[in-house]
Design a protein around this ligand. Structure first.
Ligand code: C2E
Ligand code: CA
Ligand code: CA
Ligand code: CA
Length: 279
């Protein structure tokens, strides 16, 4: 600890210095990451619990930097949110995922749709609607083949405005999912105001669904709620057959997780599409 002034006392530790240095380094590296082609998009299948068929896939951003190695999106997206880089990066992810999905469809591989994450800051961008419309037009992907995943933290500032942005997105023809459901304030009344097509139950509830009766109850309640609102419901982070069985028994529609596949780069993902049918 160092003394900050006569009567003030600020705490420093080597770890804090290291954290701050890493953060600064990441921030600098992030600025040129797209230009240096260090970013890529991975795809993880979303599976129907009934049929076992692939319904679509989620696009997940990866960053591999020569100095920092593979950096978790949990770490670098928080930084990009703060400094605004998430705007160009998020648009790049959307364009890449739409292009790739269109290319697969043109080859006769038919993933029904691709789900792309929208961060809170992207959601609040005034040109969001125009940006999404342009990317769809440029890539030729039908709007119905695109799903946007949004977390509640995009909505908390101004719920009325958020509802109207969601309606405008829906008017483009895209699907909307509420991501990380259960981690926020998501009450029935609140969720019902939004034109969602799907809720995604957060993996923190799915992880120990078998052992933890509280989380099992939360997941079950989420499924019941989704059903009562006529929404489809996907469970995230499904790793075991026991979890899948539990969810199937509660009439959850779909799942995503290591049980079926980890997120994969496009070239490794393509073979998974060979078995899919145009549902
Ligand atoms: P998310 O949207 O909730 O994505 C699901 C995360 O769970 C992914 O982590 C995925 O790899 C991981 N996952 C999938 N199945 C399993 C499983 O069975 N077990 C476990 N333990 N984990 C599983 P990832 O790719 O590290 O992404 C972390 C978060 O970073 C995402 O959480 C999302 O919030 C954010 N993110 C990733 N890509 C993007 C992006 O393109 N844009 C934005 N705004 N955020 C993104
Ligand atoms: Ca997501
Ligand atoms: Ca999620
Ligand atoms: Ca999450």
């Amino acid at each position: 600890a160092k003394e900050g002034g006569r009567n003030t006392f600020r705490f420093y530790s080597p770890e804090m210095d290291a954290d701050a240095a890493r953060r600064l380094g990441l921030e600098v590296a992030l600025r040129g990451a797209l230009e240096r082609e260090e970013m890529s998009v991975y795809y993880q299948p979303q599976i129907s619990l009934d049929s076992g068929q692939m319904l679509g896939m989620e696009a997940l951003l990866r960053w591999n930097n020569p100095d920092f190695g593979q950096v978790s999106p949990l770490e670098f997206i928080a930084i990009a949110e703060e400094n605004g880089l998430i705007i160009p990066i998020g648009e790049w992810v959307l364009r890449t995922a739409c292009q790739q999905t269109k290319a697969w469809r043109d080859l006769g591989l038919v993933p029904l749709r691709v789900a792309v994450n929208l961060s809170a800051r992207q959601f609040r961008q005034p040109n969001l609607i125009a940006m999404v419309r342009n990317v769809l037009a440029e890539t030729g992907l039908p709007a119905a083949a695109l799903e946007l995943e949004i977390t509640e933290n995009a909505f908390i500032d101004d719920v009325d405005q958020a509802v109207s942005i969601c309606r405008e997105l829906k008017q483009l023809g895209v699907k909307l999912s509420l991501d990380d459901f259960g981690t926020g304030y998501s009450s029935l009344a609140y969720v019902s105001r939004f034109p969602f097509d799907k809720i995604k139950i957060d993996q923190s509830f799915v992880r120990d669904i078998i052992e933890n009766p509280v989380n099992a109850a939360i997941a079950t309640a989420a499924i019941v709620m989704a059903r009562s609102l006529n929404l489809s419901v996907l469970a995230e982070g499904v790793e075991t057959e026991a979890q899948a069985k539990f969810l199937r028994g509660r009439h959850c529609d779909s799942m995503q997780g290591y049980l079926f596949s980890r997120p994969l780069p496009a070239d490794q993902f393509a073979p998974l599409l060979l078995g899919t049918k145009n549902l």
